[in-house]
Design a protein around this ligand. Structure first.
Ligand SMILES: Nc1nc2c(ncn2[C@@H]2O[C@H](COP(=O)(O)OP(=O)(O)OP(=O)(O)O)[C@@H](O)[C@H]2O)c(=O)[nH]1
Ligand SMILES: [Mg+2]
Length: 375
């Protein structure tokens, strides 16, 4: 059956694919810093475990409808692919099904767009049943309009998994199977959500307060989660994984933490955000994200050492707002102060911390206690 399979771009045992990045600088890209965007794309590619061997940048007023980068630039891309021996080309934006097909025909390498790349990273990181179902749902919805004729179906990585010799009939069969699978997954997810909302009601009834850590990917949420559990835990549990790779965390982890006076709260570590998150992914992860914003306190973790932190704060605020978080719930915490040369400490109103060295953590716990129990 041709349904989504969890294969990763860089399968263990295969040599790391060589990748060319393609970026399109155009006037409609909402003023954001293009170089920063490309650096982030490279970090995403690295998070998928592949090596970048070249970058191609095109400037035009707007994307070309048929080929995204324009015909002249495609010739240059083909040349670069041949010269570098690249196996894969990653585009900086989601391609339409038509653009993807056209590029596949023209360029002798696998074509992947930013959405396909993010989906790939997500699927390699999902461990829980819910996470896996959510990623599969988003992936199938992405894949459905991208199924191709002649019995070729685009794999999640944009390449073809060859089931040659099959025709339109097979294609229709595949589509029907995918639609069927999509509705199965939705049904399963609805069940998981029901159980979760039941648990939430139980917690509320017991009066247990909740804190969720949210923020841009790589801001240090998992590191802070571990640090807070270490300083305020009462049961030795396994740790959340912190890593410099983007989207290290996908599944939500929750632990009980205890404050100085013995009061307790539940702390959750969650999936990170990124600019231009694929809409299918947001939709698929909606219940996880809504769960995060339903907390009594939303701790927005910010990497102050990142020169683009201000834009990233905006991205996170926007997603939080879309999810219905209220301003009163959201509290910012500035992380990675150890990387700021000559940092002397904040003015006391906003917590400045280092989840790595532990600086500012006792103060953060006091801060959290105050916002959780204001009386
Ligand atoms: N120097 C320094 N590095 C930090 C600090 N906090 C986290 N890091 C590093 O930043 C990287 C990302 O940390 P994580 O805790 O995995 O970040 P995250 O927000 O959970 O990331 P995702 O799960 O990928 O969204 C890791 O390499 C951490 O070691 C800090 O306070 N100072
Ligand atoms: Mg994490």
């Amino acid at each position: 059956m041709l349904i989504w399979e969890a294969t990763v771009i860089n399968k263990v045992g295969e040599k790391a694919p060589r990748v060319i990045l393609v970026g399109l600088r155009h006037s409609r890209r909402n003023g954001s810093d293009f170089e920063g965007f490309m650096r982030e794309l490279e970090a995403l590619v690295e998070a998928a475990g592949v090596t970048v061997v070249g970058t191609l940048v095109q400037s035009r007023d707007k994307p070309d409808q048929r080929s995204y980068i324009g015909r002249g630039k495609i010739a240059e891309l083909v040349h670069l692919v041949e010269e570098t021996g690249a196996d894969m080309v990653v585009f900086d934006h989601e391609l339409s099904p038509g653009q993807l097909r056209f590029l596949e025909e023209q360029v002798p390498a696998r074509i992947i767009d930013r959405t396909g790349l993010i989906l790939d990273i997500f699927s390699s990181r999902a461990h829980s049943l819910e996470g896996k179902l959510q990623v599969e749902l988003a992936s199938l919805q992405y894949q459905l309009p991208r199924l191709m004729g002649q019995g070729r179906v685009l794999s999640r990585t944009g390449g073809g998994i060859g089931t040659r010799g099959l025709g339109e009939q097979q294609l229709e069969l595949d589509r029907r199977q995918i639609r069927q699978r999509i509705s199965d997954i939705k049904r399963q997810l609805a069940k998981v959500e029901k159980t979760r909302s039941l648990h939430r009601k139980q917690r509320q009834r017991r009066g247990l307060k909740t804190i969720s850590l949210v923020g841009y990917t790589n801001a240090g949420k998992s590191s802070l989660f571990n640090m807070l559990c270490q300083k305020a835990h009462h049961s030795g549990q396994d740790q959340a994984e912190a890593d410099q790779r983007l989207f290290q965390t996908l599944d939500t982890t929750t632990r009980r933490i205890r404050f100085a006076d013995g009061r307790e709260a539940l702390l959750s570590d969650t999936v990170g955000f990124i600019q231009d998150l694929p809409p299918h992914l947001i939709a698929a992860f909606r219940s996880t994200l809504e769960e995060a914003v339903a907390a009594d306190v939303i701790l927005h973790v910010i990497d102050v050492s990142d020169e683009a932190y201000f834009e990233k704060v905006e991205v996170v605020n926007q997603v939080l707002e879309e999810l219905g978080a209220s301003r009163e719930q959201i509290h910012m915490v500035f992380n990675k102060v150890d990387l700021l040369p000559g940092f002397k400490g904040g003015n006391g109103s906003v917590p400045y911390i280092s989840a790595l060295t532990g600086q500012g953590i006792p103060e953060l716990l006091v801060f959290l206690e105050k916002v959780l129990w204001p009386d």
